[in-house]
Design a protein around this ligand. Sequence first.
Ligand SMILES: *[C@@H]1O[C@H](CO)[C@@H](O)[C@H](O)[C@H]1NC(C)=O
Ligand SMILES: *[C@@H]1O[C@H](CO)[C@@H](O)[C@H](O)[C@H]1NC(C)=O
Ligand SMILES: *[C@@H]1O[C@H](CO)[C@@H](O)[C@H](O)[C@H]1NC(C)=O
Ligand SMILES: *[C@@H]1O[C@H](CO)[C@@H](O)[C@H](O)[C@H]1NC(C)=O
Ligand SMILES: *[C@@H]1O[C@H](CO)[C@@H](O)[C@H](O)[C@H]1NC(C)=O
Ligand SMILES: *[C@@H]1O[C@H](CO)[C@@H](O)[C@H](O)[C@H]1NC(C)=O
Ligand SMILES: *[C@@H]1O[C@H](CO)[C@@H](O)[C@H](O)[C@H]1NC(C)=O
Ligand SMILES: *[C@@H]1O[C@H](CO)[C@@H](O)[C@H](O)[C@H]1NC(C)=O
Ligand SMILES: *[C@@H]1O[C@H](CO)[C@@H](O)[C@H](O)[C@H]1NC(C)=O
Ligand SMILES: *[C@@H]1O[C@H](CO)[C@@H](O)[C@H](O)[C@H]1NC(C)=O
Ligand SMILES: *[C@@H]1O[C@H](CO)[C@@H](O)[C@H](O)[C@H]1NC(C)=O
Ligand SMILES: *[C@@H]1O[C@H](CO)[C@@H](O)[C@H](O)[C@H]1NC(C)=O
Length: 698
Amino acid sequence: MPIFLFFLFLLLSCVQVEVLSCNELDRDSLLSFYKHVSFPPSEIPLNWSSVDCCKWDGVTCNRDSRVTHLSIPGKRISGTITPFLGNLTFLSHLNLSHNQFSGTFPFTVFRTLKSLDLSYNLLSGTPNYSLPTSIHIIDLSSNRFNGSIQSPFFNGAPRLISFNVSNNSFTGPLPVSICITSRHVRMLDFSMNKFSGNVSQGIGRCSKLEVFRAGINSLSGWLPFDLYSVKTLREIFLANNQFTGSINNSISLLSNLTVIDLHQNELTGEVPKDFGLLSNLNQLIIHTNSLNGSVPPSLMNCTNMKTLLLRNNHLGGEIASLDFSPLQKLEAIDFGNNSFVGNIPVSLCLCRSLTAVRFAFNQLTGEIPACLAGLKSLSHLSLSDNFLSNVVGALKILMRCDNLEVLFLSRCFKDEPMPNDDHLLHLNGLQNLQILTLGGCGLKGEVPSWIGKLKKLKVLNLSYNQIRGTIPKWLGSMPNLLVLNITRNHLTGELPREIGNLKALVSDETDPNLSNLALPFLFDTLQYNRLFNLPRGIKVGNNSLSGNIPAELGNLRLLRELDLNDNDFNGSIPSELSHLVNLEKLDMSGNHLTGEIPESLKKLHFLSALNVANNDLEGEIPKGGQFDTFTNASFEGNPKLCGSLLQKSCAGGQDEMLPPAPATEELGTSWYTIPFGLGYAVGFFVVSISFLLRSSWK
Ligand SMILES: *[C@@H]1O[C@H](CO)[C@@H](O)[C@H](O)[C@H]1NC(C)=O
Ligand SMILES: *[C@@H]1O[C@H](CO)[C@@H](O)[C@H](O)[C@H]1NC(C)=O
Ligand SMILES: *[C@@H]1O[C@H](CO)[C@@H](O)[C@H](O)[C@H]1NC(C)=O
Ligand SMILES: *[C@@H]1O[C@H](CO)[C@@H](O)[C@H](O)[C@H]1NC(C)=O
Ligand SMILES: *[C@@H]1O[C@H](CO)[C@@H](O)[C@H](O)[C@H]1NC(C)=O
Ligand SMILES: *[C@@H]1O[C@H](CO)[C@@H](O)[C@H](O)[C@H]1NC(C)=O
Ligand SMILES: *[C@@H]1O[C@H](CO)[C@@H](O)[C@H](O)[C@H]1NC(C)=O
Ligand SMILES: *[C@@H]1O[C@H](CO)[C@@H](O)[C@H](O)[C@H]1NC(C)=O
Ligand SMILES: *[C@@H]1O[C@H](CO)[C@@H](O)[C@H](O)[C@H]1NC(C)=O
Ligand SMILES: *[C@@H]1O[C@H](CO)[C@@H](O)[C@H](O)[C@H]1NC(C)=O
Ligand SMILES: *[C@@H]1O[C@H](CO)[C@@H](O)[C@H](O)[C@H]1NC(C)=O
Ligand SMILES: *[C@@H]1O[C@H](CO)[C@@H](O)[C@H](O)[C@H]1NC(C)=O
């Protein structure tokens, strides 16, 4: 009995082996594919060694031992895709994503595919052959396909549900004919190509469409008006195009919408008044258009809203008339660069999930509401360029927002007293603050020592105020400070040598916890990139500082900008400044410096802007290095300097002097104020590359 069973088993297993050994044509086809590809040396190649190709890595067969699936994503395989692969006549799923396949894809030979994923390769050419009728899913995204997609491509693809060609170089009109032939399509992603022209109609025929993305192209004309009839839509992404006209209020009837992203177009008209009907909406991103009017109160009925970005439009009205309290999930709100008036709305304090609030560049008045202290998740607050009052009160309140990392309060108060230690020293707030700007407020008083308690502070801007007294020595012991800007105040006394101890400017041992802001959401990635790539700098220009320039500044090896201009510094230029090997800009103009320009400054290979005009320097201007690139404007107003640049020979004495250059007292500083002044004020809030913004949510 047992022996009989044994033989039965043997028999069965033989049959099994027989059935499973793969079809020879399929095997040859796979092997010829294998011959055309290669693997990076570090990668273990696919195990395609056994006789039965159905057991090979990434290969799946059906019951008849015909290959149905080939799935080898992310193996860093390079080479071309041979048309011989088309001999897999039962292949239904092909996934070659995240490899380095190049050349064209032989669309013609695959007539049985249901799912094709070629994303993240280096494939090129123009798909010019109709898709197989069996196709359901096609992903050609992140390749180098180009040319225009002709309508025959979709002929006979009636089962298509998902079509992604994003991040290629496709041109021509958006192939809306897809909606004639493939009416069941649920996902269309055309974003990040060069599609152009208008799409006024056609998309509406895709009556089951849920996701429609065509952002970051050159589309123009009105928003496709038949889009408003596609009730199944969940996401519309048409940002970064040149769409004009208004957003039709009938968008409010697409009740399943969760994401509307139309930013950076040329849209006009008002914000649709019935947006409030979109109870599922969680991202409304319509910034950087030309929308006008006020914010419809119904918007506050979108209780799932997380991200509400309206900046850079022509919106206005009384902001406090909006009741934000229903928006319990709101995380980020940006109403910046509009014309909103009135007080900061108190109802905002009830949005407990808020991490980022930006109302900069509006006409808000009044004080910061005390209840803002309750926003414990708030990490970014920007109120710059408004007409607020009571900076002392504001800081007392904000000291209680423990997670605040970024605080922009420039040009929003006027000529008030600087919040001083009596007000704030006993409070231990703002312990996570990394960026504090309080510039251009005309604040009066001294540099307060509560700032010294902000141990994580990296950027401090107190420029354009009316600060008196001396620069405190303790600034030099702030552990993370890398940008200090106290330009244009009334500071006196010496520049403390302790500034030469600023750790973050001496060596690059950035606290890893501080390297990235822990914002779950960024308003404007570019803005932050600018901040964190802000040249490490010390700017104390336009004050009344006196005494020598401390040689200790030479320790600040990482410094890229040093502005000491328009003060009363005397003595000579310390040769230690030649240790500042990263220095790009050095301005010492408008002081009383004497002696020669140290020859060693030639060692500053990155120095692209030097200004020592209007001092009392003497001797020959060094030659060579970057000195060959400076013009006479850098040196003028120093009667005792000589050199060919000033057309004044050093050798021959006074008699050989060429006619003196006209006296140009003011010229010396003009190069400085124009580019840099503008850069800071405008640059911080420059419009984002919205694509960066989007990718930051992923
Ligand atoms: C390759 O695959 C065969 C069959 O599946 C298996 O027997 C063999 O151990 C594999 N070799 C390696 C190195 O993984
Ligand atoms: C395999 O495919 C190639 C290219 O498509 C074709 O030329 C060849 O005839 C096919 N071989 C067989 C046996 O079908
Ligand atoms: C292809 O493989 C990748 C990696 O496993 C996977 O994420 C992707 O969903 C696959 N594509 C399709 C269309 O199934
Ligand atoms: C399709 O494109 C390929 C190259 O990408 C080309 O060789 C072929 O002739 C084209 N076919 C048609 C019908 O245009
Ligand atoms: C399309 O593919 C890209 C990757 O290339 C991916 O980021 C994007 O999410 C895909 N689109 C959709 C709608 O899934
Ligand atoms: C776009 O495609 C390139 C090349 O495949 C890839 O490196 C890049 O990450 C893709 N970008 C996005 C946003 O998916
Ligand atoms: C596609 O790109 C290739 C290579 O860059 C180029 O030669 C070809 O002209 C392009 N085709 C179209 C239709 O733009
Ligand atoms: C483009 O759209 C405008 C309306 O925005 C329409 O008048 C015009 O006919 C459209 N042009 C084409 C080529 O479809
Ligand atoms: C909206 O979404 C829900 C849940 O996914 C779905 O059941 C419903 O059919 C959708 N409505 C429309 C009009 O597509
Ligand atoms: C909005 O769309 C409706 C039809 O859906 C149309 O009657 C109306 O004129 C459109 N309004 C605007 C301002 O385009
Ligand atoms: C908000 O919704 C409520 C009930 O759903 C409704 O009564 C109210 O009118 C809506 N508010 C606005 C401003 O549309
Ligand atoms: C310092 O502040 C002034 C005035 O706000 C500005 O022009 C300058 O660009 C700022 N520099 C830095 C490095 O922040």
